[in-house]
Design a protein around this ligand. Structure first.
Ligand code: ADP
Length: 404
């Protein structure tokens, strides 16, 4: 079976999926797995096509101390126990910077360019690149593809990429990039099958997960989003604050004596729903909590989604549909209901029944704007990109023929 391995590596976990390549370039998910607890309580868990468990095993901490070793264990398990040797590997890489407006085949030069972006995505990029480097060293002929969360937004008008700072900084790459692009690309490709006419129009997609952002799509293209230079901006997230006056950062440095490293850690790990509630970064736990601060954190989350939806509707000069996706967007009946209530001024009305059964269309038939739930699939997007770059690649024979 010809397969593609998709890798999404974080600081303490490596998520992976195997897709088989079927006739006419169609892809079929075969395995979903992850090694989590890296450096604490490492575990490999994997399941098959119908969710049947394939592996659930623990490892001693010293055996899985970092992401590359975890990748090695997952690769060894796939190869030795399932007899799978992927033809190519597609990686989620959060930041593609100004250079990459599409996925790219990885070589040492690409890795070097992506390493320069570590400061722009400090909790994601180093971990995304770690398995890339180890695979490049151990399997130098295995094709690897980097798929970026920023690439989908690169077609936006120049004005939406700007900050009002001297142009030299823009030239250096200080721009509003936008993230979650693989998720938005998947939604943009799926929407024509769900609502063909609407897909041609003006749509806000709310990707509400641990990381959260929204994107304004016009005719399936990103024209604006809530995130900027880094994945800190925009909506409040599990542990990130979202939009914050830079004066607060100056205050932390000058008045609280925090070093840049401390501020970075604070902004990426201690803010957002976690910081505001003091209870949890997890929306399920906040919804279950009786603590008034948990309620306040949810109130703020809902309020900011509504506020930023207004901004994106202005960028779109109107609105034809609103789409929920990702962990909170796909699963939380209550948060969706509250956000839709926040959008009432746009003429949106919710069907409580459809909402409570997580239907695809959850607005009422008299709603001026339809509201959808579309589960995202970033891994499928990565597998598709990887396959198409694999097919575009000149074969070693073709290259040889050209030379001779
Ligand atoms: P990521 O991929 O960024 O880690 P997810 O898209 O998996 O994040 O979303 C995780 C978030 O979704 C968490 O805040 C989690 O609490 C929330 N979530 C998942 N299921 C539910 C649910 N049934 N109700 C409320 N929130 C949920």
């Amino acid at each position: 079976m010809d397969t593609i391995l998709v890798v999404n590596a974080g600081s303490s976990s490596v998520k992976f999926q195997i897709f088989s390549i079927e006739g006419e370039g169609r892809l079929r998910r075969q395995i979903k797995g992850q090694i989590d607890g890296i450096g604490s309580r490492p575990r490999l868990r994997a399941s098959g096509v119908r969710g049947e468990p394939l592996a659930h095993r623990a490892y001693p901490i010293e055996l899985v101390s970092d992401v590359p070793t975890a990748m090695g264990i997952a690769g060894g398990w796939l190869r030795d126990e399932l007899g799978m040797s992927p033809m190519a590997v597609g990686h989620r890489v959060v930041h593609g910077g100004p250079d990459y407006d599409r996925p790219v085949l990885i070589d040492h030069g690409v890795v070097a360019r992506l390493e320069r972006l570590v400061a722009l995505a400090p909790i994601h990029q180093p971990h995304n690149l770690a398995p890339v480097r180890s695979l490049l060293a151990n399997f130098p002929t295995l094709p690897q593809v980097a798929c970026f969360d920023t690439a989908f937004h690169r077609t936006r008008d120049a004005v939406s990429d700007l900050y009002a700072i001297p142009h030299q900084l823009y030239a250096e790459g200080v721009r509003r990039y936008g993230f979650h692009g693989l998720s938005y690309e998947y939604i943009a490709k799926t929407l024509p099958h769900v609502a063909p006419e609407i897909a041609k129009g003006r749509v806000i997609v709310a990707h509400l997960g641990s990381g959260a952002s929204m994107c304004a799509l016009k005719g399936g293209r990103s024209i604006e989003s809530t995130m900027g230079f880094t994945a800190l901006d925009g909506l409040p997230m599990g542990t990130r604050p979202g939009q914050i006056d830079p004066g607060v950062v100056l205050y932390l440095i000058s008045e609280k004596g925090m070093s840049p490293a401390k501020v970075q850690d604070f902004l990426y790990r201690d803010c957002g729903l976690k910081g505001l509630s003091g209870v949890s970064n997890d929306m399920r736990e906040l919804e279950a909590s009786e603590d008034p601060k948990a309620k306040l954190a949810i109130d703020y989350f809902v309020y900011r989604v509504g506020l930023d939806a207004g901004m994106l509707a202005a960028a779109l000069q109107g609105l034809d549909a609103f789409v929920f996706t990702a962990g909170i967007g796909e699963n939380s009946t209550r948060i969706r209901a509250r956000i839709v209530d926040q959008l009432r001024w746009l003429g949106v009305t919710l069907s409580a029944d459809e909402n409570s059964r997580n239907a695809q269309l959850i607005s009422r038939s008299d709603s001026r704007i339809p509201v959808y739930i579309i589960p995202t699939d970033e891994e499928l997007m990565i597998a598709k990109h990887t396959l198409s770059l694999l097919l575009e690649r000149p074969s070693p024979n073709a290259r040889h023929n050209n030379v001779s």
